[in-house]
Design a binder for this molecule. Structure first.
Ligand code: PMP
Length: 410
């Protein structure tokens, strides 16, 4: 009978399930269509003074206008980059080098693109970095933030909107208000929320805000940064005069067109996608809570409908008694989820976010992140698979398990 359960688990093999959309998303076919001309016959260099170049330039500027309109800012404030890592670097390095900022405030659960950049300046003795206190769910202690600001005027504050591992949402409007009260600079990493939440940047008191197309069904290798017109920074890469001299290098025309189209599509269908994805998240949470798997809990605020993004949930599962990490078992069954961020998979250090929260470090922590392309059926398959894995795992060696009929259903 043990074999039967294994067979049932094996039947899953005919279907790959992707629930790692905080790492990256599938390219939307509409986005691909918009990009194709710029990958084929419209291949001009946007800086060239001929028909091919002018068409490419036109496409870049139209895309800039689309992005700017969606966020209610001037197109002059939007600069295209290779992604959010570069945009975060540009903001932080730019603020330090242009405004001679000597102190920064951040939190220990920021993305590595922020923490490592700040850390580098700190190591080089150019910047002192303070960390705002967080509670065990990852919520910012605003009183502590205000105290830090009070004693460190003209600080650079770098705090993200949505956390990529646990989905926590920071109130960036409130942070912006505090930063300006104490005459600081505000950089926010909005990589996980662009395309998922509406932004009117003009109301936000933010100086630098970033996005990356591949997180909202656009192509990889292209992103943008919004830079407030009074907080322009020294060039980030030296070379040509592209991006008004702030970021030299031939523009990724097809990527930029794809980024703008992906944003347009994301905001056009925002309500519908949001309802669909939020349903998937709540369905997974409810089913896990009602499952016989013992000791399940949720990391950060990810169980909450309001304090956490509607597309991310981070679950702490008990270790399996045999057979290694749950993540590996799911991977073998072609269920793609994550143990943390894709970037932290490149190191053996584990999740710096969960470590900072001192939460569930001795658990199998799994991040599920959904997109508009996921279906309730996929979530059902995930839940049934996890249940079957634990049922099999928890049985004493000599007891034969019942087959799990759920797995066999179509
Ligand atoms: N910040 C956050 C919050 C992210 O989730 C990511 C992607 N993992 C990045 C920055 C880096 O983005 P990119 O892949 O565009 O460099």
């Amino acid at each position: 009978m043990k074999k039967l359960v294994n067979n049932n688990l094996k039947t899953r093999k005919d279907m790959e399930i992707y629930c790692d959309n905080a790492a990256t998303t599938a390219l939307d076919p509409e986005v691909l269509n918009a990009m194709i001309p710029y990958l084929t016959n419209q291949y001009g260099n946007a800086s060239s003074n001929h028909i091919f170049g002018r068409k490419a330039k036109e496409a870049v500027e139209e895309s800039r206008l689309t992005v700017a309109k969606l966020f209610n800012v001037s197109p002059n404030d939007i600069f295209f980059t290779s992604g959010a890592t570069e945009a975060n670097n540009l903001a932080i390095a730019g603020a330090v080098r242009t405004f001679e900022v000597q102190h920064a405030i951040t939190s220990r659960i920021e993305h590595k693109a922020v923490l490592q950049t700040l850390g580098q300046f700190s190591q080089e003795g150019e910047l002192e970095v303070s960390f705002v206190q967080l509670d065990t769910k990852g919520n910012i202690d605003f009183e502590h933030l205000e105290n830090l600001l009070k004693y460190n005027p003209q600080t650079l504050v770098s705090l993200m909107h949505v956390n990529n591992e646990i989905g926590n949402i920071n109130d960036i409007r409130q942070i912006g208000y505090l930063v300006k009260k104490y005459d600081g600079l505000f950089h926010t990493d909005t990589t996980q929320s662009i395309g998922k939440y509406k932004f009117d940047i003009s109301l936000l008191n933010v100086d630098y805000l970033v996005g990356s197309a591949h997180k909202f069904h656009g192509p990889k290798g292209v992103g943008f940064i919004y830079i407030d017109k009074y907080k322009r920074v020294k060039p980030h890469t030296y070379g040509g005069a592209q991006e008004r001299g702030t970021r030299g290098g031939t523009e990724n025309v097809a990527g930029i067109v794809g980024l703008a189209k992906a944003l347009e599509v994301a905001y056009r269908g925002l309500e519908e996608y949001r309802n669909h994805i939020a349903y998937l998240k709540s369905y997974l949470i409810e089913q896990l809570k009602n499952s016989p798997i013992p000791d399940i809990s949720f990391n950060g605020a990810s169980e909450s409908e309001t304090a956490s993004s509607y597309n991310i949930v981070n679950v702490a599962f008990p270790h399996l008694r045999k057979g290694g990490p749950l993540l590996d078992k799911l991977d073998k069954l072609d269920i793609a989820v994550s143990g943390g961020s894709a970037c932290s998979n490149l190191t053996s250090a584990g999740s710096h976010v969960l470590k900072a929260l001192q939460q569930n470090l001795d658990k199998d922590n799994i991040r599920f992140s959904f997109s508009k392309f996921n279906t309730p059926y996929e979530i059902k398959v995930i839940i049934d698979t996890i249940r079957a894995i634990y049922e099999e795992d928890r049985l004493p060696k000599n007891v034969t398990p019942l087959a799990t009929p759920l797995l066999a259903t179509a």
